[in-house]
Design a protein around this ligand. Structure first.
Ligand SMILES: Cc1ncc(C[n+]2csc(CCOP(=O)(O)OP(=O)(O)O)c2C)c(N)n1
Ligand SMILES: [Mg+2]
Length: 349
């Protein structure tokens, strides 16, 4: 699907706010990278830098009663869904005030109040969950509500992708599938792993209307999402958008990024969604350079306040350590324990 890049004659407030959204995500994540270097954030950390136009464009089209699911590269999605920077940062610090109580970390941000269903670390694992949420809306008659499911192109190699596409179409559930195709699944390029790399065609083969959109252009993202959501809300059935994008950083903080030609990375950086959109808005006299500098300043202030709150927050108290932990009341019958083995009951009260 191609949408012309005609001047942005109307909706100036919207375009300004979308630029501000992308900047918020960029600033937050650049700070996260620093904090990782200082071991304030530990475990895994997957940055979305370069892909901000997708979450910013899509999220701006959603209603409070919609549901959102994303992958482990989800800090920006959570932030733009309305989860506070403070509770996200605290979660990444493993603090009790984090949105998942400090138990999830970077990959497992959750927030029931904004219907943000993760933060999912298993590739493709949340697609069937999205279909289930959409089915619940349908069965409960919550007409017009849509479940929006973000996932990387690596998920198309998983069985869950195909199961989810099939059932979403078969049961006509209101899900918007947003495939963030950044061309690599860790170090594996799409070209080297899939015989069919037209991802919209894969979705269409399940009778789901599907488009491919430039994910580096927030105007295209916003316009395509607006149209797709209108269709899902009206007809109830699923839609699929492939957003073509690129991550500027390595897969995660552990990845030496040896599989990409540096020239390819530099080529994509020329299409930085923030820099290109900022230039366009200045050229079209929708914002000034001073407005843009103010957006960066505001985002820095928001992020620094979140860091300060996360630093000051308490770690999980020891007496809640076993909350949310479940186990079978009796050991499974096939497990034989030798007398020397410590039993569960000795460890867990
Ligand atoms: C089922 C499963 N297999 C393997 C992994 C290990 N893994 C973590 S991220 C990743 C790559 C996923 O790439 P993609 O879906 O394109 O998302 P991206 O990281 O590019 O945003 C893999 C294979 C996993 N988390 N889950
Ligand atoms: Mg990918």
């Amino acid at each position: 699907m191609t949408i012309s890049s005609s001047p942005l004659a109307t909706d100036h407030d919207l375009w300004r706010s979308l630029l501000g959204d992308m900047i918020r995500v960029r600033v937050f994540e650049e700070r996260c990278a620093e904090l990782y270097g200082e071991s304030k954030i530990r475990g895994f950390l997957h940055l979305y830098i370069g892909e901000e136009a997708i979450a910013s464009g899509v999220m701006s089209c959603l209603r409070p009663d919609d549901a959102v699911l994303a992958t482990y590269r989800e800090h920006g999605h959570a932030l733009l869904r309305g989860v506070s920077a403070e509770s996200i940062m605290s979660e990444m610090f493993g603090k009790a005030t984090g949105c998942s109580g400090g138990r999830g970390g970077s990959m497992h941000l959750f927030d029931a109040a904004t219907r943000f269903f993760g933060g999912n670390a298993i590739v493709g694992g949340h697609l069937p969950v999205a279909v289930g949420l959409g089915l619940a809306d349908q069965v409960l008659g919550r007409s017009g509500a849509v479940t929006v499911c973000f996932f990387g192109e690596g998920a198309v190699a998983e069985g869950e992708f195909h199961e989810a596409m099939n059932l979403a179409a078969l049961w006509n559930v209101p899900v918007l599938f947003c495939c963030e195709n950044n061309r690599y699944a860790m170090g594996t390029s799409l070209r080297s792993s899939e015989s069919q790399i037209d991802l919209a065609l894969k979705a269409a083969s399940y009778a789901i209307p599907a488009w491919s959109v430039d994910g580096m252009d927030i105007v295209e993202v916003h316009r395509a999402t607006t149209k797709a959501l209108a269709s899902v809300r009206a007809d109830g059935g699923p839609m699929f958008i492939e957003f073509q994008t690129y991550r500027f950083r390595a897969h995660s903080m552990f990845d030496p990024d040896l599989y990409r030609d540096p020239a390819e990375v530099e080529h994509w950086k020329l299409r930085d969604p923030i820099a290109t959109f900022a230039r366009r808005l200045v050229d079209e006299q929708i914002v000034t350079d001073a407005d843009i500098e103010e957006m960066w300043e505001r985002a820095r202030a928001e992020t620094e306040a979140a860091v300060a709150a996360a630093e000051a927050a308490p770690i999980e108290p020891i007496d809640t350590l076993l909350d949310h932990v479940t186990r079978d009341a009796e050991p499974a019958p096939h497990i034989e324990r030798s007398p020397e083995t410590t039993t569960d009951d000795e460890v867990w009260p």
